[in-house]
Design a protein around this ligand. Structure first.
Ligand SMILES: C[S@@+](CC[C@H](N)C(=O)[O-])C[C@H]1O[C@@H](n2cnc3c(N)ncnc32)[C@H](O)[C@@H]1O
Length: 347
């Protein structure tokens, strides 16, 4: 164990909770963290010359789950700044173990400058460990987490919704995808034999994601048109003018996954107002949200400093009604209450 990092964490914790001797809660927390790091040290030794062992994986998963419970309990009600200081110090302490996982390392480093980039999501959708040794175990740990499974099930559910909308419609479709990333759901939809003309318009703030999606998807089917716009979702609507191709009432479907979870409520309201105006009559705005199960998201926050807002669907229904005056339909993939879809139809 890097003693200096443990001392650093100890100093932060006792800086927040002085009176070291009396503070049993802080001492217990530090002991739990210490035990976890010692466990990782031993674990690393144990797996050294062995092939993959499922029982060891179960032990790592259990120990990590327990650690997350300890963190959530200890940080509860602490000011956000203290929570962040403690989590940052913890990541320093365990960096030589957990970032042997290439997945966790990328999620933490955020090389595109923001959390949840297109390659990160491709790695999650591929759902396969890619690291060696201890990293392999941590890859598996994070791929097995409810959070990761929710992301995959969100993509599958969106593919199913789009498929139904497109196949059930009698008309050609014009579809806008906001925060399109790798467009994995479109990639999985195209080979299903779409029987009409569909124009997909993909918008993302990350030019690299658009280049990537274009290389995968453009010019593959004669009835499918793909276009790409590099822009931030809300900067389309500056100075009461709409940029480029975007026109009021143009789109049969506007959908978005993995974007609104980064917006505060006032920004979400603006987003709803502006994009609802681009939906055609009898069209739909379809948005995926992360639900309010904080504990399920916590490991990704603790290990990767990946933050977003998770919401209760009742609060979202109220926000949509207050903003657009329309009651949305809520859909949830079976067996998954960590995410939900909000569908706002237009008359
Ligand atoms: C979490 S990823 C999800 C990608 C894809 N929708 C999916 O579910 O696989 C979020 C994507 O939205 C983009 N994004 C985030 N905020 C955005 C914004 N305000 N405007 C445009 N794109 C945004 C990011 O660049 C990234 O590609």
């Amino acid at each position: 164990m890097k003693r200096k990092y443990f001392d650093f964490l100890t100093n932060i914790v006792y800086g927040i909770f002085p009176e070291r001797k009396k503070n049993k809660k802080a001492a217990k927390f530090l002991q739990e963290v210490y035990n976890y790091v010692i466990f990782l040290e031993h674990f690393q030794e144990k797996i050294k010359d062995q092939s993959y062992n499922l029982s060891l994986q179960v032990i790592l998963n259990e120990k990590t789950k327990r650690l997350c419970f300890v963190f959530v309990g200890f940080l509860d009600n602490l000011p956000l700044k203290y929570q962040k200081d403690i989590e940052d110090a913890f990541r320093l302490l365990v960096q030589n173990y957990i970032y042997k996982s290439k997945l966790l390392s990328r999620f933490y480093r955020k090389p595109q400058g923001y959390p949840g980039d297109y390659l990160m999501f491709e790695l999650l959708y591929d759902n396969k460990p890619i690291s060696k040794g201890l990293g392999y175990y941590f890859d598996n740990l994070i791929l097995g987490y409810p959070f990761t499974k929710s992301i995959i099930s969100r993509k599958n559910y969106m593919t199913a919704i789009l498929k139904k909308e497109i196949f059930d419609s009698l008309n050609n479709q014009t579809i806008l995808n906001i925060g399109s990333g790798s467009c994995r759901e479109i990639k999985e939809l195209l080979p299903l034999g779409i029987d009409k003309k569909v124009e997909f318009h993909c918008l993302d703030q990350d030019q690299d994601s658009l280049v990537y999606a274009k290389s995968l998807l453009a010019n593959r089917f004669s009835n499918i048109t793909m276009s790409f716009t590099h822009q931030k979702a809300l900067s389309l609507f500056g100075y009461n003018r709409l940029s480029n191709n975007f026109q009021l009432g143009r789109y049969d479907i506007i959908y978005s996954m993995g974007v609104v979870d980064y917006f505060l409520d006032n920004v979400l309201s603006r987003f709803l107002r502006n994009y609802y105006a681009l939906v055609a009559s009898r069209g739909k705005l379809i948005l995926a949200f992360c639900g309010a199960n904080y504990f399920e998201y916590y490991p990704i926050k603790l290990f990767c400093d990946w933050l977003f807002y998770n919401r209760n669907y009742k609060d979202v229904v109220k926000l949509v009604k207050d903003t657009l005056g329309v009651k949305p339909v809520i859909l949830q993939p079976e067996g998954n209450n960590s995410i939900f879809f909000v569908i706002v139809g237009k008359k």
